[in-house]
Design a protein around this ligand. Structure first.
Ligand code: ZN
Length: 394
């Protein structure tokens, strides 16, 4: 068959068949080439980036069978720099669904709704595991499209949840007063939240009085652009997470050093199973005990812990003015600590100080939505009966 006719038969926009590689009894491999170099759509944030191509990864994708033979497409996927998180990301091709084409995934989904996964797999020559994975992905995608009508909230919170391994995200918008997820969309960052604000329109945006988020750049810039009057709050739940992460960075560094120096005593205290004790926001006997030992054994982790505890004074302040004084003192202490993760956090909270302090004008939090996220995650795992190991990895 002429390659042109095969290209036509495949009908994939902007790709042609360059050549066929090994062709066995029951399998056809087609190497694809891009016809026109259009800008990449980023898989991290969903935006179009005009950055130069960093590298090309060829991935093998299964497509619908032709004449009873399984078809594998070798697709060159470009990787380039994402402006949102400064990481190298693979491009998103909308006709792909993981390691299969979208149309093949749809066929599997249709088959599994009329027969068992095992039979569908047998029919298509796929193993159960692959059928299950594709079916699950399609189900998740469909469940995302279900929330349709949106009533603009007065107080909302927004955050993201990872719903697949490898940077696949869903952005959730929660009506804080109703404690309900009112909108969600695949992806994250400004482009995705813009979609929500556009959906509820100018009038809807005008009704929003406050929005809580994790303070990510994309969420902030989108909210500032669409909400002229609403108060933007950096959620204290996320602030505490940033503090815990900074402590954990120091803990890991010091643990590595202690292991290199074969310092058993310090290693034992900083071991990851003690991590949760250090992360607690409340005072417990175990934590006090560990802190005492750290004070004499490891100054840096001790200092990091103190900085974390000191931050709580911002939230226990009675009003915005006192909170501001405490926050300023904390930022100075963090920057002077010379602990890189805290210096970084000091500058971060300095840049976002208004959002941190807005909490005192409107005490909303996305903690509710975090709770909902965890519930979504747990339900998903239960529904698919995942193994414990996979749950820990997810
Ligand atoms: Zn990007």
């Amino acid at each position: 068959m002429q390659l042109n006719s095969v290209t036509e038969l495949l009908g994939i926009a902007n790709f042609k068949v360059a050549y066929m590689v090994r062709q066995s009894e029951n399998r056809i491999d087609l190497v694809l080439r891009r016809i026109e170099e259009k800008p990449c759509v980023c898989s991290g944030c969903g935006k179009v980036h005009h950055t130069p191509v960093h590298s090309i990864d060829t991935v093998i994708i299964e497509d619908l069978p032709i004449s009873g033979k399984r078809v594998f497409l070798h697709v060159p996927k470009r990787r380039s720099l994402c402006h949102e998180d400064e990481k190298i990301r693979t491009e998103e091709l909308e006709w792909l669904r993981g390691r299969v084409t979208r149309r093949f995934a749809e066929q599997i989904y249709r088959l599994t709704s009329i027969t068992t996964n095992k039979e569908a797999g047998w029919f298509l020559g796929l193993d159960d595991e692959k059928v299950y994975r594709i079916d699950k992905g399609m189900l998740e995608e469909l469940s995302l499209q279900r929330i349709q009508k949106v009533t603009p909230p007065r107080h909302m919170s927004v955050d993201e949840v990872a719903w697949q391994k490898w940077h696949k995200y869903v952005t959730n918008v929660i009506d804080v007063d109703k404690r309900k997820v009112i909108w969600n969309h695949e992806g994250r960052g400004k482009a995705v939240l813009d979609k929500f604000y556009r959906k509820i329109g100018k009038k809807g945006c005008g009704k929003i009085q406050a929005v809580a988020s994790d303070g990510a750049r994309g969420f902030l810039s989108s909210s500032k652009e669409h909400l002229k009057k609403a108060l933007i709050v950096l959620d204290h739940f996320h602030v505490k997470k940033y503090l815990n992460d900074a402590v954990d960075t120091v803990r890991k560094e010091e643990l590595r050093k202690a292991r290199q120096q074969e310092n058993q005593e310090v290693s034992a205290i900083l071991h990851c199973n003690k991590r949760f004790i250090l992360m607690q926001n409340t005072v417990t006997d175990k934590k006090t005990d560990i802190l005492k030992k750290l004070e004499s054994l490891n100054e840096r982790v001790y200092q990091a812990m103190l900085l974390k505890e000191q931050f709580l004074s911002v939230y226990t302040a009675g009003n915005r003015k006192d909170a501001y004084t405490n926050l300023r003192a904390w930022i100075v202490a963090a920057i002077n600590s010379r602990i890189p993760s805290f210096v970084e956090l000091g500058y971060k909270f300095f840049r976002k100080r208004h959002y941190v302090l807005n909490y005192f004008a409107c005490k909303i939090t996305s903690a509710i939505s975090e709770g909902i996220n965890n519930k979504i995650k747990r339900l998903k795992r239960m529904a698919y009966g995942l193994q414990r190991r996979q749950i820990l990895l997810a």
